[in-house]
Design a protein around this ligand. Structure first.
Ligand SMILES: Cc1cc2nc3c(=O)[nH]c(=O)nc-3n(C[C@H](O)[C@H](O)[C@H](O)COP(=O)(O)O)c2cc1C
Length: 264
């Protein structure tokens, strides 16, 4: 049953410590045979409840989560997304924007859905992220950790086929949850003044950006290479980086799913 508004449950220090404990975790405790360790039923219900309690644009709930259950489906999604830990996580989801359901609500009620593909992507992805974030935060409150997987962009077309995603449904990312079997470091973030602006946007100075890069360098540590965040960013976002390779796949998926707002 819905509860009344709670009184404050945690101190500021406890909340800060909770968010400081966040780690993206990619290795999970499994059963002895290496299969996923199921979440207790009440924990599963709680994280799904948290996802559904997320705020939502225009009351519409423009998202769907595909829970990956069968081992064959997990294995195929792991291959398509190039993220092997989808196989071993206690829970794994593909988090999707979904404007199909609201269009069907309209049709069932005798109304004609409008044409708003750019709005669909904007608010659909927003709703999907809010639901996924609620789910992950609830899981972390229960002592699990997880990993968002933007690697869905590597195999979008195959995922749409495999998960039988109809028009109006677009994968944003996958999300895994489990008991950590590794202890990753606390990963840095850029200094606050670069992301929290007061009243007007503050364009960072070159000096501030160099300082931010220094602070972020440890996140790019790889065996045998100096920790170099700018180089990591180059591999993703520079000319000929992986984002340029993803771009045509996303455009193709947007067109396939009826969500393309640009010119043909
Ligand atoms: C939208 C999104 C996509 C991500 N995609 C991947 C991914 O495909 N594979 C992966 O191992 N980690 C992925 N991550 C995890 C990030 O690498 C991680 O959040 C980041 O390095 C910061 O580390 P932290 O979460 O431990 O603080 C993703 C995170 C987000 C939010």
């Amino acid at each position: 049953m819905p509860s009344t508004l709670p009184t404050r449950a945690q101190s500021a220090e406890q909340v800060t410590a909770f968010y400081d404990a966040h780690r993206t975790v990619r290795k999970y405790v499994t059963a002895e045979d290496g299969s996923p360790l199921p979440l207790p039923a009440d924990h599963l219900q709680t994280i799904l409840h948290a996802a559904q309690r997320a705020p939502t644009d225009a009351t519409a709930q423009l998202y769907s989560l595909i829970r990956l259950w069968r081992p064959e489906v997990r294995a195929e999604v792991a291959a398509l997304t190039t993220n092997a830990h989808i196989v071993t996580a206690s829970e794994a989801f593909v988090v999707c924007a979904d404007v199909r359901r609201v269009s069907r609500v309209l049709e069932v009620a005798g109304h004609t859905p409008g044409h708003w593909p750019a709005i669909a992507v904007h608010f659909g992805i927003g709703d999907a992220v809010m639901a996924g974030t609620n789910l992950l935060t609830a899981a972390e409150m229960l002592g699990y950790q997880g990993c968002w997987i933007g690697g869905v962009m590597n195999g979008l077309d195959g995922l749409i086929d495999l998960l039988k995603l109809p028009q109006g449904v677009l994968p944003f990312a996958a999300l895994t949850i489990g008991q950590p079997a590794e202890q990753p470091p606390h990963r840095p973030r850029v200094p606050r003044p670069l992301v929290i602006h007061t009243d007007t946007y503050h364009d960072a100075t070159p000096e501030e950006l160099r300082e931010a890069t220094e602070i972020m360098n440890p996140i790019a540590a790889r065996a045998g290479q100096p920790a170099d965040w700018a180089r990591l960013m180059r591999s993703y976002f520079a000319q000929d980086g992986s984002m340029e390779a993803r771009e045509p796949r996303l455009v193709a998926a947007l067109k396939r799913q009826g969500l393309w707002a640009g010119e043909e």
